[in-house]
Design a protein. Sequence first.
Length: 226
Amino acid sequence: MQVTVDGVAVEVSDGATVLEAARQAGSWVPTLCFDDRQAPFGACRACMVAVDGAAKPVPACTTVCRDGMTVDTNDPTARRVVSAVVELVMSELPSPPAPHTELAQVATRLGVSGSRWPGVTHQVEHDLRHPYLAFEHELCISCGRCVRACDEVQGTFALTAVGRGFGANVAAGIGSGFLDSACVSCGACADTCPTDAITERLLLDGGINGGPPPDAPRLRKRLSTT
Ligand code: SF4
Ligand code: FES
């Protein structure tokens, strides 16, 4: 079927999403909860676009194309919604996200540099006991990608989404942390995390066999320079 995105006509297969069509047309659509290795989830609303015939913007990652559809990824209303969504997400963080993260890159491209609204930062102790993975809960934006990576990619089900609203977060095991969970250290969660809430620790940061505790902010800084 044929779909027109930002004036560019593309041929897409049955079942293709608007996001797939937009990427095929060379248009940029911001995403946060989407990872093309996982089934679309439609949780963050960062990918809102305008389509003909729809009264309101629709999420590109979960909306299926129909033949003849026209999509506008730069629609001002959709962009206002998306910028507000990203601003709200940023309000949960204690400080701006590290520049190399997906969240920072989406925010920069949208021109969002901070948040007008005070949010609530997660007050959960860092999980730094695992030798390979560190979890800084206050950086979590509850996109669910780590949970789905663990379930869909690795089939381990070690992570669970918990809480609601500003209290939403992710727990390993039954809140016991990575070390005591079913985690097999595959790193899929760290690989997909758009904020570095979960990072792969480097052994030389210590914390193993009685070494000094890892310095996660230092690890983030190091990763941002690679
Ligand atoms: S830890 Fe990262 S991937 Fe998991 S829900 Fe939070 S922000 Fe998303
Ligand atoms: S990327 Fe589409 S809803 Fe999150």
